[in-house]
Design a protein around this ligand. Structure first.
Ligand SMILES: [Zn+2]
Length: 77
């Protein structure tokens, strides 16, 4: 599974983010706002990456750079 291709489209005060050509429901009032939101959308849509837990070394699906503990160790932390 790969992350969808994201684009920004619009003009004037109506901009939207397209994921694989389909516009997401949120509209932005400026290109810079859509660009800022794009980063968050990218992170949200990215498929989880298998990482090794820093604590017990068990591989687990990590949701992002800050997610380095498996659910079991996270619970005990
Ligand atoms: Zn762990």
């Amino acid at each position: 599974m790969t992350a969808p291709a994201l684009q920004i489209r619009g003009c004037g005060t109506s901009w939207s983010i397209l994921a694989d050509g389909v516009a997401l429901p949120t509209r932005y009032h400026g290109h810079h706002l859509a660009t800022a939101a794009l980063r968050g959308v990218q992170q949200r849509l990215a498929p989880p990456v298998q990482r090794q837990c820093l604590c017990c070394a068990t591989p687990f699906p990590s949701t992002g750079k800050g997610n380095r503990l498996c659910p079991t160790c996270r619970k005990d932390a």
